[in-house]
Ligand binder design. Structure first.
Ligand code: ARG
Length: 265
């Protein structure tokens, strides 16, 4: 009898732990039953995800948004976007509030310990933006010594900047748009962003330009869809969509289309 109670208690405790940990994988069956997939994303990362006025309505657009829609289509479910600051995106997947995250998320060893990632759908590169009239002053990482460099909060660029522009004071901001404004107004002397995003801001601000020096790759240049650990079946479906969108040239097409939208914030 004692043994019975012991086993029962152990069983209940295990179930409780599993249920509360939120670390169970995301099952495509459950998503199909719910008839929707919740996608955590951010909204100041053109050409991947950003807001634009479409027919007078503020609309989420970009290549990541199209990818999410294609995943929804493949699963036969509605896509519900949950927009938040970038530093909250992954945590929302971990806590179970979102099923997946698509937000230009770079795969890193650190993140792989906590999350499962799909195959990569894009390769990024870190760059430095400076004001045009300062491009001859800031010609190397060392020339930014004692200056203030901006990065997005929660992004891999925080670490990249701290390591590679180590003599500068590196600050993290939640909003990329605000970061660009601070660069323009002189509160920041440089900003580290990924190339596609930087080029978008430079195209819209003729007082900004890419610095004439490069940062080294830190090995985290692949973008992928993130989900909870143990989501193998879901990842199979997502990887099939990624393969198809890459092979058919659809992803490149979405990137091109995104650059025709004007960012509304
Ligand atoms: N690729 C970088 C990272 O994963 C930055 C991503 C920022 N994404 C965004 N939607 N703001 O850390």
């Amino acid at each position: 009898m004692k043994k019975f109670w012991f086993i029962l208690t152990a069983l209940v405790a295990t179930c409780f732990l599993v249920a509360c940990s939120g670390s169970q994988g995301v099952n495509p069956k459950t998503i199909k039953e719910k008839k929707k997939i919740v996608v955590a994303t951010e909204s100041e990362f053109a050409p991947f995800e950003f807001k634009s006025l479409v027919n007078g309505k503020d609309t989420l657009v970009g290549a990541d948004i199209e990818l999410a829609k294609a995943i929804g289509e493949k699963l036969g479910v509605k896509v519900e976007f949950s927009v938040m600051s970038f530093d909250n995106v992954l945590a929302n997947v971990q806590s179970g509030k979102a099923d997946i995250a698509i937000a230009g998320i770079s795969v890193t060893d650190e993140r792989k310990k906590v999350y499962d990632f799909s195959d990569s759908y894009y390769t990024s590169e870190n760059v430095v933006i400076v004001k045009k009239d300062k491009v001859n002053d800031y010609t190397s990482t060392d020339s930014l010594a004692k200056q203030t460099v901006g990065t997005q909060k929660g992004s891999v660029q925080e670490t990249v900047a701290k390591k590679q522009i180590s003599k500068a004071s590196v600050v993290s901001l939640t909003s990329n748009g605000e970061m660009i404004n601070e660069l323009k107004s002189g509160q920041l002397q440089a900003v580290v962003l990924e190339k596609a995003i930087a080029e978008g801001y430079i195209a819209q601000n003729d007082d900004l330009t890419l610095a004439n020096f490069n940062l080294k790759s830190d090995g985290s240049d692949a973008y992928a869809v993130a989900t909870r650990k143990g989501s193998d079946d879901l990842l199979k479906e997502i990887n099939a969509v990624i393969k198809e969108t890459k092979d058919s040239g659809k992803f490149d097409q979405w990137l091109k289309e995104a650059s025709t939208y004007k960012q509304s914030k």
